[in-house]
Design a protein around this ligand. Sequence first.
Ligand code: GUN
Ligand code: FE
Length: 423
Amino acid sequence: MRKLIKGIFLNPKTDYSVEVLNNYCILINNGIIEKIEKDIEINEIQFDVFYDFEDKIIIPGLIDLHTHIPQFRAIGIGKGELLEWLNDYIFPLEAKFSEKNFAVDSTELFFKDLISKGTTTAVMYSSPQKQACEIAFEIADELSVRSFIGLPLMDRNTPDMIIQNTEQVIKDIFSIADKWHKRNKCEFVLSPRFALSCSDELLRRVGEIAASDGFFVQTHLAESKKELQEVKLQFPEVENYTSVYDKYNLLTSRTILAHCIYLNEAEIEKIRDRNCIIAHCPTSNKFLRSGIMQAKKYIDCGLKVGLGTDVAAGYSLSMLNEGMEACEVSKLLSVQNDEPNIVIEADTAFCLSTIKAAEYLGISEEVGNFEIGKKFDAAVFELAEVHKSAELKEEEYLRALMYNIDKRTAKSVFIDGNLVYHK
Ligand code: GUN
Ligand code: FE
C-alpha cells in the first residue's frame, strides 16, 4: 500500500534545528518513508491513497518521556505540593484501578487523548496493580502506540490500599515482562516509583534485574524540597538523593529520571557520567509548585534532556504544550536569575519532544523525524485562522503551531503509516 502525503512538514534534526518542508510530498510504502520531494508531479507517481493536507502542519509523532496513565482523570483536580498531593488525590485514585472496569475505561480515555494530541510514543507508569499494568499494555498494543510501560514499585511509605509486597511484586514484574516485553511495539520498564516508596531490598533487587535483563528504568528524582528532606531522613547513610539510586546500580544510559530540579554539581556530574536520560516536566513543576529545572544548563553541559507531560501533575497530555511550557519557564528563570543565555527556544523544545527523545530510547532509526527508510509516525495540525492567512516566515511556523493553545488536538495522526486518528 502506497500513500502520498502533502502539506507543510516540520522536520526536527539532531543538531536542534528544524527544517521546514513547505509544499513537499512524502511517499510512504507499507508504512515506511520512500520519498521526500518538493513540487512532485502527482500524475508521475504511483500511489493508492493521497492525503492533501494543504496548508496544515505535519510533524513527526511526538514522544512523551514521562507520564502516568491512571492519573489522567485527576488533571487539574488536585492541589497542594507533591507529597500531600500524592496522598490526598493520587493514591486514592490509583487504588480504584483494582476495579477492572474502572481501569479499562480510564486507560482507554488516557490513550485516546494521548493519540489525539499527536503523541505516538510514550514512556508511562501504570497503576500499581498487576492487572492495571496488563490492561495498560493490552490497550496500548491494540491502539498501536509505541509504549514503554512500567508498574510503579512501592513497598513502603504507601497507604495500605496500594502498598505492594516486595516478593510478590518481583514475581509480578517477571510475569508482566514475560508477556509484554518487546512484544510488538511494547516494552516493559522497571519503575521504582521514587526513593521514598521503595525499601532498600526492593531497590537492590530492581538494580539486579535491570543489570541482568537490560530493561529501561524510570523513576522520579529531586522533584521537591520536602521530598529531599524526607530522602535524607530515610537514607541517612547516603550523601545525596542521586546516590540512593546509584547505590543500587540504577543509573545507566537506559534510566529515565523525571524532574531533577534540585541537584548539586556532583549529582549533575554523576548523571552525565552515567549517561542517564532526564525527563523535564515543566508543567507539572509549576502545578505542584516544585520549582524550575535548569533545562538549558543541563543541555549545554551534555546531559540527555527530553520532555514529559507528567499527567496529572502536568495538566495536559499535549507535548506541543509541554514544549511551549519548557520555553516559557526558561524565560522566567532567565529573568529571575539574570542569565540571558538560559532560554529554551521553540526549535530546541520541539527536537527534545521528537528526534532527541527517539535517540535516547534507541528508536531513532525507526522514528523521530522524517527520513527515507523511517516509519511514518506523524501528526497533522491546523494553524489558527490568523496565522493561516498571514504570510508566515519559515521559522515562524513552529512557534505558530506550538503557541496555538486553543487547538492542541490534531486533525490526523499516523502510526506506521496507518491513519489512527482523524477529526
Ligand atoms: N513522585 C512519586 N510519584 C509521583 C507521581 O505520581 N507524580 C509526580 N509528579 N511525582 C511523583
Ligand atoms: Fe511523574
